[in-house]
Design a protein around this ligand. Structure first.
Ligand code: F6P
Length: 323
């Protein structure tokens, strides 16, 4: 391998820059040229590809977002788009690609791989943590800490006014962000798509808390919960309990920004380095993961089937501690 391309794709996540840095610096260590591909698959299709050296990634380990920019490419879903991408890979003489992103990124990579068999290795960069084959994805830890910081502040005002707050967090169709942040903030209830939510059970729980003289209540709702988002849940609660003084907060995209936590920086550095090593060792069509502190390799097709990894012990823990 003489030339490796790297791009970030899908929703950005804190720590992506640290992963780019690790890829570029590992390439430099092995005397391999590295190329930044801008705006994800769009850059591959449009030929937005530029050489980056070790100094080109200075001072980015602490920065949120991605210096390579990102996109959710519609064009890459088409046969013509992927053909153009292949032509550019050949034009720039790239021998392998490191793709940093989530399930959409790896779905695209798997299709592309079947068609053109270009060596592709993935690094899981998403706040959602919804990939099989890694304990944590890059950005998840930082996102949780952002949620915790915000909800701790909400708790202050909720307690002052004896209020119920229904807080919506991201996670797409998965509840990883909600579950872990919910435990960390001592939420009274956590609603996630992986477990069925019955409105009557939620209300019973909230009533129990009020009778137990709790002065504030926080319900964390994953955006993908089958009951709906925070506004829908608040409406349903209000219908049955009009006496509640309740408010809704949707945390939104602040969960995607900010300086990455130390954990995300180290994870990203480990994975970026492992991705280049994997390409050098002839690996292809796989996502790098870290499982029980060891680097692991999972085929893209398997990595994107995710939900079985949600830790049900944490679901039980949240139930017990919320009483
Ligand atoms: O996948 C990351 C994520 O932030 C999800 O949690 C969320 O559902 C989605 O991206 C939001 O996407 P967009 O930034 O395109 O609105």
């Amino acid at each position: 391998m003489k030339k490796i391309g790297v791009f970030t794709s899908g929703g950005d996540s804190p720590g992506m820059n640290a992963a780019i840095r690790a890829v570029v610096r590992t390439c430099a260590y092995h005397n391999i040229e590295s190329y930044g591909i801008y705006e994800g698959y769009e850059g591959l299709i449009n030929g937005e590809i530029r050489k980056i050296g070790a100094r080109g990634v200075s001072n980015i380990i602490q920065r949120g977002g991605t210096i390579l920019k990102s996109s959710r490419s519609e064009a890459f879903r088409t046969v013509e788009g992927r053909k153009k991408a292949f032509e550019n890979i050949q034009k720039f003489g790239l021998d392998g690609i490191v793709a940093i992103g989530g399930d959409g990124t790896f779905t695209g990579a798997a299709i592309f791989n079947k068609e053109y068999n270009i060596p592709f290795v993935g690094i899981p960069g998403t706040i959602d943590n919804d990939l099989f084959g890694t304990d944590f994805t890059i950005g998840y830890d930082t996102a949780i800490n952002t949620v915790v910081e915000a909800v701790d502040k909400i708790r202050d005002t909720a307690t002052s006014h004896n209020r119920l707050f229904i807080v919506e967090v991201m996670g797409k169709d998965a509840g990883f962000i909600a579950l872990r942040s919910g435990i960390a903030v001592g939420a009274e209830a956590i609603l996630i798509p992986e477990t069925r939510t019955y409105i009557n059970q939620l209300i019973e729980k909230l009533e129990g808390n009020r009778n137990g003289r709790k002065t504030s209540m926080i319900v964390i709702v994953a955006e993908g919960d089958e009951l709906g988002g925070a506004y829908e849940v608040a409406q349903k609660v209000k219908k049955q309990c009009p006496q509640y003084d309740s408010r809704v907060t949707v945390l939104g995209h602040i969960q995607r920004g900010g300086s990455p936590s130390a954990m995300d920086r180290v994870l990203a550095s480990t994975m970026g380095n492992a991705a280049v090593d994997a390409l050098l060792n002839g690996k292809n069509n796989i996502m790098i993961g870290v499982v029980n502190k060891e680097v692991a390799y999972t085929p893209f097709e398997k990595a994107i089937k995710h939900h079985d990894k949600l830790n049900m012990n944490l679901v039980n823990l949240a139930e017990i501690l919320a009483s």
